[in-house]
Design a protein around this ligand. Structure first.
Ligand code: NIG
Ligand code: FE
Length: 398
């Protein structure tokens, strides 16, 4: 039977542990044991104990997952997947002791500018093909390696071919040609560049950091984006303490990302706000910076998302299971909290209610694990545990 979406109707039974993310005070993951999920036309129609499946489900083809754990698909709310070139030598040098610096971004800018659309598209599609079988069912992509009007426009256009969640990051770093007049570059970003990309984008982002953009420059860019109807995201407090988090909260950003260096004022501001803190443990892993204390942040009431930050410089991994494992091992979250942050947390960071949860009305985006519980995502790091992935009720080829 096929619904209007073209996706087959389906009753998934034999789920040993279903993560719905319909949270209760005792269970952030909203767990149902011995569960089933009814999918109709690509949408979750019902979840519950298998024994209570509705009569209507008896007419639908059944897939029995034999005790496996099922979670919502991962929501990777922060990536930079459109770029040219290779920075493996920078990584190797870093592992030998060279520190990470934002300046490396410029080498990817040069490689991206000289790549053709076809080359960028091929790389992008390969990365998308890589992340889906790892359980990522929704992903955001930032521009930011073009930094001219024409190059930012084509990065946004290419990103829009593969996701609705496109973010304009013209304010990533000041390009070399504007080195002596960064404010003129901010004028370009907030004016003609924004005009050129806005139709492709849902979000605007800025790297508010020493070596990138000052709080005043960042605020100018964010205000221009907001005036065009774009939602706000901020890269902040990655390389040192600073104003990024406070600026994001003051501007009502959906998310502020990195948060490697936070003080008590930042934490209180986040805890009292709707701004999600998106932690990117792949960056700390790949740059040897200290991991933020996610335990303390969660306990303070900060809403946390986990994302890969997949990019060629600071974190060249697309693996959300790795983010979960690092958040547990290195940042103090429980496996349940980390799985929530990689699914519902990412959805909150993108202000999405249709993904990151498995409840009636949500998109049928889910992951079947080769494991009896979601805790295995942290317990068995580096092991391919993704048995199957559905996006909108359709299976994803590996
Ligand atoms: O999220 N913080 C700024 N931008 C990227 C790094 C990009 C790069 O090094 O190429 C980040 O870490
Ligand atoms: Fe980033």
């Amino acid at each position: 039977m096929t619904g209007e979406s073209g996706a087959p109707d389906l009753l998934i039974t034999g789920i040993g542990e279903l993560t719905t993310n319909v949270s209760t005070p005792d269970d952030v993951c909203g767990t149902i044991h011995d569960a089933a999920v009814l999918v109709r036309a690509g949408i979750v129609a019902w979840t519950g104990p298998t024994a209570e499946a509705p009569d209507a489900a008896s007419a639908v083809p059944v897939v029995d997952v034999d005790g496996a754990a099922v979670t919502p698909g991962f929501v990777d709310s922060h990536t930079h997947l459109v770029f040219g070139g290779d920075r493996s030598a920078e990584f190797v040098a870093r592992m030998a002791g060279r520190p990470y610096a934002a300046g490396g971004i410029r080498s990817t800018v040069a490689a991206t500018r000289s790549a053709t659309d076809a080359e960028l598209r091929a790389r992008l599609r390969a990365l998308v093909a890589e992340l889906r079988p790892q359980g990522t069912t929704t992903f955001e992509i930032k521009t930011g390696y073009g930094l001219t009007v024409a190059d930012e426009e084509r990065l946004a256009r290419l990103a829009r071919e593969v996701t609705e969640e496109v973010t304009f990051l013209g304010a990533h770093v000041v390009p070399e040609e504007f080195q002596d007049d960064p404010d003129a570059y901010v004028d370009l970003v907030a004016g003609p560049m924004l005009d050129a990309v806005a139709s492709h984008c849902r979000w605007i982002d800025v790297f508010c950091e020493r070596g990138a953009f000052t709080p005043a420059q960042a605020d100018r860019v964010l205000a221009a984006g907001a005036a065009r109807g774009l939602g706000i995201r901020v890269h902040g407090n990655q390389l040192g303490p600073g104003e990024g988090v406070r600026l994001a909260v003051a501007r009502g950003a959906a998310s502020v990302d990195h948060g490697t260096y936070l003080d008590d004022v930042d934490i209180a501001a986040l805890a009292g706000s709707d701004t999600v803190l998106t932690l990117l443990p792949g960056v700390e892993f790949s740059t040897r910076q200290p991991y933020p204390d996610a335990r303390a942040l969660w306990d303070a009431g900060v809403t946390i998302a986990l994302a890969s930050d997949c990019n060629p410089g600071s974190s060249f991994t697309s693996s959300m299971p790795l983010m979960i494992a690092l958040a547990v091992r290195e940042m103090g979250l429980t496996p349940d909290e980390a799985v929530w942050a990689a699914t519902a947390g990412g959805a909150a960071a993108l202000r999405r209610e249709d993904v990151g949860v498995l409840r009636p009305g949500a998109r049928a985006d889910l992951v079947v694990l080769r494991a009896p519980t979601r805790a295995y995502l942290a317990y068995r790091p580096g092991v391919p545990l993704i048995e199957g992935v559905l996006i909108g009720g359709r299976g994803v080829a590996g």
